[in-house]
Design a protein around this ligand. Sequence first.
Ligand code: TXA
Ligand code: MG
Length: 321
Amino acid sequence: MPNRLSTDIDQAVTLLRAGGVVAVPTETVYGLGVDAMNPVAVERVFQIKGRPSDHPLIVHISDATHLSDWAREIPEAAYQLAAAFWPGPLTLILKRHPSVPDAVTGGQDTVGIRIPRHPIMQALLKRFGGGIAAPSANRFGRISPTSASHVWDELDDDVDLILDGGPCHLGLESTIVSLVGDEPRVLRPGAVTLAALRAVLGFDIRFVRGDAVRVSGTLESHYAPRTPLFLLAPDQLAKEAERRGTAGERVGIMTYTQRDWPSEAAQAMMPDSPEAYGQTLYATLRRLDQEHFAAILVEQPPEEDSWLAINDRLRRAAAGR
Ligand code: TXA
Ligand code: MG
């Protein structure tokens, strides 16, 4: 094992205090963590990711009592959502506190804040004492890592340490809710569903696809494998697999219904519940991507609220095809 892969929380704290970059496990995906109050360290994250500097980072904190250190004019809805979903896979966009570095917010007047649930990340945040700014630990535009080895494969010695917290339980990035502007809205769907948000808020909240400013996760063709990926209705999928098989192409098929496929096709059988599907989605895409198929054909999951986050990521992975 490379010695950069570790479970030593104290070592991670020491590195963070010294301006180091530590890959951290969360229940959603692995993050590329730095001291949120250190603009030089934050800058390194942008360089490692290859991410445009006006794309803001999420600040991870240990508990909601610190919310007012990072945000101002915090609406009641923020406390309601915090009580219901933190620690957990929810990011709130709030007006920033003046002390939050521009490097973190991309110069915007808002800041994204989340309290993650993963026990190692919780312990790290408590011992570190401050906020950890962390985007997903992948290169810009690529698939988020859901295990320490994904981070290792992709970022290697660009990071100072990878805290190994095992495979991520949820596997999809957090739900992002904006509480600035005229009305609350979801900028990125995740494990906290629209129905769950509605139940807490007591009013309707919608996913506003792609109209957000500089939310890189809302760019089309984000979360993309290198292999061309096509999202197809179940009956179309069978036809397309047949057509490509006849043409002698090797294709990967991601399906959640059992069927016979052309012998040249490799099948990834996906779970038929959105929770289990989400947990394994990115690892499956990474694995299929390494097979150098001519194409990855994905069976379109149901168009239901519970599948919203998965359909969103699949749509982006397929964008431009
Ligand atoms: O689950 C997650 O949210 C993971 C883990 C590591 O916490 N993080 C994550 O970070 O997905 P990232 O940077 O890959 O995606 C965060 C998204 C980006 O699209 C960013 O533009 C958006 O959140 N964001 C951050 N701050 C924002 C702000 N102030 N206003 C609007 N969007 C913001
Ligand atoms: Mg990301």
